[in-house]
Ligand binder design. Structure first.
Ligand code: THU
Length: 130
């Protein structure tokens, strides 16, 4: 994938970060997934008064794609209010491992605005799959 596409995905994640509902932590996160056919699905974190029932931006975006019948993931971009690299939590990595190919790009942006690319297989090696 070229950097222009990666930048587009980061911008989509930033757009969705605006929709974050995070009254408990104020930690707003946005994510965007790119599918093989070029479609983009966006997600944001939504916190609930029952803390266990919050959803992270990454899973919100992934489930949005799946709900729309799309399964061919190519990449996911993640941004937070830190404006620095925000790595996915363990639960999201497990979900990514189950639904995305191991060469899926995880695209982050650092404080200087540089695009950083990680492979799912490097962030979640030896994962659990039934
Ligand atoms: N969060 C995400 O949405 N994605 C991440 O990668 C890290 C954490 C959310 C969960 C919670 O609403 C808030 O950020 C603080 O952990």
């Amino acid at each position: 994938m070229n950097n222009e596409m990666r930048r587009k995905l980061i911008e989509a994640a930033k757009e969705e970060r605006e929709r974050s509902h995070a009254p408990a932590t104020n930690f707003k996160v946005g994510a965007a997934v790119l599918m093989k056919n070029g479609k983009i699905y966006k997600g944001c974190n939504i916190e609930s008064k029952g803390f266990g029932s919050l959803i992270c931006a990454e899973r919100d975006a992934i489930f949005e794609a799946i709900t729309d019948g799309e399964h061919d993931f190519v990449a996911i971009a993640i941004v937070s209010i830190t404006n620095d690299e925000t790595f996915p939590c363990g639960i999201c990595r497990q979900v990514m491992y189950e639904f995305m190919p191991e060469d899926t790009e995880i695209i982050l942006e650092d404080r200087e605005g540089n695009i950083k690319v990680y492979m799912l297989k490097d962030l979640f090696p030896h994962g659990y799959k039934l």
